[in-house]
Design a protein around this ligand. Sequence first.
Ligand code: GAP
Length: 468
Amino acid sequence: MKGKETDTMEKIVSLCKRRGFIYQGSEIYGGLAGTWDYGPLGVALKNNIKNLWWRMFVDDREDMYGLDAAQIMKGKVWEASGHTGAGFADPMVEDKKTKKRYRADHLLQDIGVDAESMTLEEINAVIKEKNLKSPDGNELSEAKLFNLLFPVHMGSVADKTSVAYLRGETAQGMFVNFKNILDSFHPKLPFGIGQIGKAFRNEISPRDFIFRTREFEQMEIEYFVRETDWEESFEYWRKEMLKWIELIGLDMKKVHELDVPDEERAHYSKRTIDFEYDFPFGDRKELYGLAYRTDHDLGGHTQGSKVDLSYYDQDKNERFIPHVIEPTFGLDRTILALLSTAYTEDVMGGDTRIFLKLNPLITPVKVAVFPLKKNDKKLQKKAREVYDMIRAEIPEVMYDDNANVGKRYRRQDEIGTPFCITVDFETLEGKDGPKDTVTLRYRDTGAQERVSIHELLATLHAKLSTKR
Ligand code: GAP
């Protein structure tokens, strides 16, 4: 890790805990590695991102069908998809003394060796040649492949046939429901299935906060096309993904497209573009992916289940297995990228101020309302009226009368609230006349203006783009 970025990462992790965005999973029992719990502001941020994604990619399109499939799936699904094999496994080494396990390619990366496309034999040869030790300075075992799927035993008898798996990707839920969607909706090709949900991977070394975890959320699309149309569709979805990245407010200068070379692509893909991001832990890493999965999955499940997953084109009187373009978006990585882009420090009123410059479309709290004075009953009553009026149309509004106004502004800045409204004595003096105004304060500049209460909702809607 590099100095400045590590610093930013630590500040983000600390802010997330302090302000109720993200906590360590099972924290009071010492934590469970690779799991994180989203607190009240974290879940609000997550929901806003998910809703925006769902609106853009499912609700606003005629060619998309939404799905929420089970997270536990039959073992046969993962055999047919190829995930129980070497294609969904990472090279693992064990510290012979402490028994701690590590990703062999990560240990090599730490000494400047890129092992991403190396075979196990090559990895073992480099470990031997460099006499590589564990981070605790002990001898390492030979590298071997470690499968990332989480097995679960269903029911009361634990035999081989009862093994199911927590899904390693949401994608398979969409492939196994392909025929259901065909039978219920009779869509015409091209069309897609979209899903948001949890995925689980038994990562050998979860790290970098919510970047690499064992339980995470994906927002995925499986878009079904004729084989001859895959390149056109791939290019279309590449542009859609860039539109999304821009919409949510990521820093486009930190986004890089990588055409993944043959030997580094997932077992199911014939072409993949990784959308990489300059993350705050000092590395350029995968944020999202776009893959051409061919007919690997529908073909594999047709064979595995003996159920015909072909598509019949009535107009052309043709039956075939569609090919798939898959845009996939990791939700937790989206949040880490957004927080790192938004985290800002400046000097205001002689003090260092921390604020999250989040896009108002996704901030957990959109508006905060304060009475100028904490103990003034009339100010409180009026502020409550303004709060109730806003809440009826914009639910993500917060009322705060704790401490002085300066401190309240700082607290809202830290969680990214774009607009703060203060009800003061001038507000009280106005009786539906020009004086019936409040102070509207902007997060990014700290600038303030007076706005009439009558125009407040329209002003907020316009600034927040909350009316469709
Ligand atoms: N269905 C395709 C698929 O699962 P992937 O590249 O393995 O492809 C898709 O994962 C996205 O899921 C990644 O781009 C990343 O954003 C997210 N992701 C993958 N593994 C993750 C992990 N261990 N922790 C957090 N996010 C992860």
